[in-house]
Design a protein around this ligand. Sequence first.
Ligand code: DGT
Ligand code: MG
Ligand code: MG
Length: 271
Amino acid sequence: MAKSNFEYVRDFEHETRCLPNTWIVVRIDGKGFHRFADLHDFVKPNDTRGLTLMARAAADVMFEFTDVIISFGHSDEFSFVFRKNTAVFNRRAEKLSSLVTSLFSSSYVFHWNDHFPDTKLRYPPAFDSRIVLYPTDENMKDYLSWRQADVHVNNLYNLSFWSLVLKGGLKPCEAELKLRGTLASDKNELLFQEFGINYNQEPPMFRKGTTLLRKSVDFLGKGKRTIVMPYYCDIIKKDFWDTHPELLKQGKAGRVEFHEGMEFFEIKKCS
Ligand code: DGT
Ligand code: MG
Ligand code: MG
């Protein structure tokens, strides 16, 4: 086929391939979610509806990208870890990052009404994204540990701050001043002494963030299905990786037994 005179402009296109044999992490984060959460009356400091909606959108990303072996999120962010040997889109960074982000954003809007039936979505939310490559298993595990440690630090601070403001009647600047320079133990003590809150009894979803894993489950003889299961557990300790050995082996989805009340996500399409 004859080429047009304009064909040369293709030479200006540039693509970045993620290095082979490295864990690919795509992290998305809500743009201006401080304002978004306020405008949509999110419960402070943690809104279960918003956090579950984030997990729902992340599960859709995992259904589309089956090479994502684990994802982890809290607040307005989610990290997706692609297996080291993934060949999806020839490991093209822009393709991966942009598709994960746009699918996440559209799924967030698609499922909004299920989670906020009484709240009109006031404007289309947006998410940014970045890609980071980790060469060793240890680096990748440390990355996830870093994100989970962040949940702990932020959640303890936010719970203390909002308890002082909403229950203690302090102005935000007074609460900030009171918490300045305090250690984790001081905040635990303050929560318990002033508000009767035992931090360790706060919902695990708030304290530990949400970890999503792909699992294969036999629905009581009705056949095996692949689901995405949320876990609200410690992912820093070795125990987590021992319990889910398929992750580091880059193997197939691990099996779980079905039980009543089990929490999981399945692909949802409009009928
Ligand atoms: P950015 O990411 O630089 O565009 O700015 P933000 O405003 O998204 O800041 P970021 O990502 O550092 O912090 C997340 C914000 O989202 C934080 O201000 C609190 C808000 N947020 C996230 N989840 C919840 C929630 O469950 N409840 C409430 N009230 N706010 C939340
Ligand atoms: Mg943000
Ligand atoms: Mg954030």
